[in-house]
Design a protein around this ligand. Structure first.
Ligand SMILES: Nc1ncnc2c1ncn2[C@@H]1O[C@H](COP(=O)(O)OP(=O)(O)OP(=O)(O)O)[C@@H](O)[C@H]1O
Ligand SMILES: [Mg+2]
Length: 239
């Protein structure tokens, strides 16, 4: 159980997260909100890539700061940005990430095979990532996140730029893995999470404005419609 308690973060004058709290158990949690809502900020804080100004995060009732590396070992993260390792081949990148995660040399080859097949990139591993298409870069980021079978997956817009077929593959992959994992997904492709999410968290300008199961939200905001309609109801009316 991952418990986010009153997390507060500012960039200068800007409040990016205003006392955000949520509890994440096993299952898929969808984080929806307009550009600038604070989704990436929250994900970067959970994964220790950014320091919060206030609040705390507990993993199984222990502060993640205290757990340190022990917590980070349990996490897989697919960040929003890509293109950081253009000179690496896909295989070298996965091997590098796997080593950072402490995967043993003996297991590394099989693990690279497993994750690259899961994202349909097994045949592309010997190309430089600079030569990958946008969707391929996106998928190798997903592959590294699931290496080592972490208990928590933090996915920042994992399906951005993917063609419909690959989107379905990733949606099914994440859905399948969610039985024994906590998966937090930020996305603008609302339909990608409607069917697999246990809970949807709606965030705007650093505040959680609503949460619930997809069915509950549709029932309250867009009876007879879908989650996209709920999104438009909550966020579609401009500022
Ligand atoms: N390094 C930074 N310096 C200053 N302001 C920042 C920085 N990073 C983010 N912000 C601001 O914090 C707010 C939240 O940004 P964040 O990237 O978390 O949003 P987001 O929900 O991920 O948006 P998107 O859907 O566009 O990815 C925005 O107002 C953004 O301009
Ligand atoms: Mg973002």
């Amino acid at each position: 159980m991952l418990e986010i308690k009153k997390v507060y973060k500012t960039y200068g004058e800007k409040i990016a997260l205003n006392q955000v709290s949520m509890k994440l158990d096993n299952g898929v949690y969808g984080l929806l909100g307009p550009n600038g809502a604070g989704k990436s900020t929250l994900m970067n804080i959970i994964t220790d890539n950014l320091i919060m100004d206030g609040g705390e995060i507990l993993y199984n009732n222990e502060n993640i700061k205290k757990l340190g590396k022990e917590f980070l070992k349990e996490i897989g993260f697919a960040p929003q940005q890509q293109g950081l390792y253009d000179e690496f081949t896909g295989r070298r990148f996965l091997s590098y990430m796997g080593t950072l995660k402490g995967i043993h040399k003996k297991e590394l080859k099989l693990e690279i095979e497993r994750v690259s097949e899961a994202v349909n990139l097994a045949k592309e591993l010997d190309k430089k990532m600079g030569a990958y298409s946008g969707g391929m870069k996106q998928r190798i980021l997903i592959a590294q996140a699931i290496m080592g079978k972490p208990k928590i997956l933090i996915m920042d817009e994992p399906t951005a730029g993917l063609d419909p077929k690959e989107r379905v593959r990733i949606r099914e992959l994440l859905g399948d893995m969610s039985k024994d994992k906590t998966i937090l997904i930020a996305t603008h492709v609302v339909s990608d999470i409607q069917s697999i999410s246990k809970e949807i968290i709606m965030i705007k300008q650093g505040n959680i404005v609503e949460k619930g199961t997809p069915d509950e939200l549709v029932e309250s905001y867009a009876k007879g419609g879908n989650l996209e309609d709920v999104y438009m109801k909550l966020f579609g009316g401009g500022e």
